[in-house]
Design a protein around this ligand. Structure first.
Ligand SMILES: Nc1ncnc2c1ncn2[C@@H]1O[C@H](COP(=O)(O)OP(=O)(O)OP(=O)(O)O)[C@@H](O)[C@H]1O
Ligand code: SF4
Ligand SMILES: [Mg+2]
Length: 352
């Protein structure tokens, strides 16, 4: 048993479809301790949401095969009974979904749903639950919480709905919170409020947070550790400084290339990664990033096309999946982003 509050080992999720087997999550390992934030970043379709749904026991086992191990405070959940996982969900672990409407019931008022969420896990009266619901709406920055309790989800703006869902996730002070793109639908000021709220709650309750986001600025603000996913696999992992200032995997360099930088003109600095993410049905034999990688020719013998790189450590915290020698990878990062070789952080982002 490890010390991490959440410990995910060799997680795999496959969906059988008419076109073939979709390998949405293909052997993912990560761990998060209490009070820490792990960010999962990667392009659309890389398996971030399916990974988090599998952790929460929300992948339908009738339409998918889930394997590997998920330990929550030492208790294994993939092989646990569904009732067992359900009793942990909403109490010890909670999730903020990418799409708020998918987790709010259209026919019930906000108040009724929040009260219900409290009373499923706590033996308290309706009045006590209502007070908790009201206080939490207040904490997530919802004006007039008493009035909002009576509203129905569809009558709220997108930002308000997102906050209601965040309130619902936080109601029972979960020890693990998975936040899937929690701020995408919100304007910048509200985004900052929500990030501050999550950080405050983390300090107060020692919550372990898994933050899924496209926004590398949010990652820099909140995360302690980062995993970069591509094609259902982790291609680089490290602490936040490793990923920002000592990145090595060409895909990570591509992601960071689209982050605003202080030292490059606004017009030329946002360069999305050319090409499309891979189909997860028939993944290439070698490196999944090979069709889009500008550096594969640096590796002799067509190795990138035929041999799958392992996720190998460069330091105890930092691991990279790429056939290029570490020293050469660092040179490339320096040429490409001006990072590495003792960069202190002054070159990347800061501006948001
Ligand atoms: N029920 C399903 N049946 C078949 N394929 C699925 C199913 N759910 C997800 N997938 C596939 O799994 C892959 C990973 O999806 P996932 O939603 O995890 O991506 P993501 O990284 O969260 O992307 P985004 O950033 O757009 O939210 C995608 O190719 C998706 O089409
Ligand atoms: S293994 Fe090859 S194709 Fe993959 S990222 Fe490294 S250089 Fe590029
Ligand atoms: Mg997603």
């Amino acid at each position: 048993m490890s010390e991490a509050f959440l410990d995910v080992k060799d997680l795999r999720v496959q969906f059988p479809t008419e076109d073939g087997l979709v390998n949405a999550v293909d052997g993912v390992d990560f761990a998060v301790s209490k009070g820490r934030t792990l960010a999962i970043v990667g392009e659309s379709g890389s398996g971030k949401s399916v990974t988090s749904q599998a952790v929460m026991g929300l992948v339908n086992r009738k339409s998918a095969t889930v394997s590997g191990q998920v330990f929550l405070d030492g208790e294994e959940l993939i092989s646990a009974r569904p009732e067992q996982v359900r009793s942990l969900r909403g109490k010890r672990m909670a999730m903020i979904f990418q799409d708020p409407l998918s987790s709010l019931h259209p026919f019930y008022s906000v108040g009724k749903q929040l009260v219900e969420a409290v009373r499923v896990h706590q033996d308290v009266s309706k009045d006590v639950a209502l007070k908790q619901a009201r206080d939490m709406l207040d904490r997530v920055g919802i004006p007039n919480p008493d009035r909002r309790l009576k509203d129905y989800p569809h009558s709220l703006s997108g930002g308000m709905r997102q906050r209601v869902m965040i309130a619902m996730a936080l109601l029972n002070s979960p020890e693990l919170l998975i936040a899937d793109e929690p701020t995408t639908a919100l304007d910048v000021t509200v985004q900052a409020q929500i990030i501050n709220l999550l950080t405050d709650l983390q300090h107060e309750f020692g919550t372990a947070i898994v933050l899924i986001t496209h926004d590398l600025g949010v990652v820099a603000d909140m995360a302690d550790d980062v995993v970069v996913m591509y094609g259902g696999r982790i291609v680089e992992r490290g602490n936040v400084d490793d990923i920002y200032y000592r990145p090595e995997m060409p895909y990570t360099l591509g992601l960071l290339g689209s982050v605003p930088r202080m030292d490059v003109d606004r017009a030329e600095r946002l360069e999305p990664i050319p090409g499309q993410p891979p189909s997860l049905i028939r993944l290439p034999k070698g490196c999944v990033f090979r069709p889009r990688c500008p550096y594969h020719e640096l590796v002799p013998g067509n190795r990138c096309a035929v041999e799958r790189p392992e996720l190998l450590p460069v330091t105890p915290d930092h691991a990279v999946r790429c056939h290029i020698e570490p020293a050469r990878r660092r040179e490339i990062a320096l040429e490409r982003l001006g990072v590495h070789a003792g960069a202190t952080g002054s070159t990347l982002m800061e501006e948001k």
